[in-house]
Design a binder for this molecule. Structure first.
Ligand code: SF4
Ligand code: FES
Length: 226
């Protein structure tokens, strides 16, 4: 994140993957998916320092601390590669956390599908655009700050708690000129920690729905293209 803030398979067309080697652990950084939330810098400034070159010093803390800090990155811009080759394990449940005036942070056992239905990326953390202005859809690229997107992340739907064992893979597919279709167990988390569980979720990504975070068909009226 210079400037301020899984087993990943490249999907982003603007992917700029950098690798920072350490003796105990390597860190990879996809600049195209960093939205400068600075979570890494706040968590471990001895490793993540945007004023330093290189800005990631994997030797600045122990491997466990580096791994824990990387897991806090909400966008999946950061990942670690361990010497034993074991990938980052996903959390037990899939969540989509709405941020006020910003993206949706999705965590879990995630697979992003291409328009053709192929696997584009598997990951445990992604930040998905919900303002419609990102140049790196379906990922957030920070454009909501310039576009003036406003939504207080309120979840108006009735609270529906998840079942006892809601684990499983979540498939995410961006429909052409339409919403994000999420198939699999998912808990949407809104402001004040209000939660809604579903197995099939359509999230607005044009920014204009009157029923955010869900799609209400407004994308057709505004001629959203993506
Ligand atoms: S936590 Fe992730 S998104 Fe935030 S600044 Fe660091 S690398 Fe970028
Ligand atoms: S994608 Fe925004 S209303 Fe459907």
């Amino acid at each position: 994140m210079p400037g301020t803030c899984g087993a990943a398979v490249a999907m982003s067309t603007t992917s700029k993957l950098h690798r920072y080697e350490g003796t105990a652990i390597a860190v990879t950084y996809d600049a195209a998916r960093c939205i400068h939330s600075a979570e890494c810098v706040r968590t471990l400034p001895t490793v993540f320092d945007p004023r330093a070159k290189p800005w990631i010093n994997t030797g600045g803390a122990g491997a466990h601390a580096v791994e824990a800090a990387v897991r806090r990155c909400p966008t999946g811009a950061l990942h670690v590669e361990r010497p034993d080759g074991v990938p980052e394990s996903p959390p037990a449940t899939n969540t989509a956390t709405l941020t006020a005036d910003g993206p949706t942070y999705v965590r879990g056992d995630l697979v992003l599908m291409t328009a053709d239905g192929d696997v584009g990326l598997t990951d445990t953390r992604v930040a998905l655009c919900r303002c419609g202005a990102s140049q790196n859809k379906p990922f957030c690229d920070g454009s909501h700050r310039k576009s003036g997107f406003r939504d207080d992340a309120t979840l108006r739907a009735a609270e529906s708690p998840p079942p006892p064992h809601p684990g499983g893979r979540l498939a995410i597919r961006a429909r052409a000129n339409g919403p994000l279709m999420l198939t699999g167990p998912l808990t949407v988390v809104g402001a004040t920690d209000r939660r809604a569980f579903s197995e099939s979720t359509f999230l607005c990504r044009c920014g204009a729905s009157g029923n955010k975070p869900y799609c209400d068909g407004t994308h057709k009226k505004i001629g959203f293209t993506a």
